[in-house]
Write a protein of this length. Sequence first.
Length: 88
Amino acid sequence: MHAPDAPKGKPQVDTTTLAELSGNIATVGYGLAAIGPGIGVGIVVGKAIEGISRQPELQGRLTTQMFIGIAFTEALALIGIATGFIFA
């Protein structure tokens, strides 16, 4: 990708290549941002199941708290995708 009149040793990057790179980096960034909420939801659900198995009489209360925890954890994924659109 050298321009004919460019000095040797300094590659020239056109805007199309730069846009493609920044688009790919944003996709990787969101993929990394989605790992945290995925792990968080797994931990929340696992602990809720563990609590229900220890005290089955608290199933209704633990299920409600589990869904609230999932909602807060998934908010992180929404923030991750929103920042991708904001900074794009």
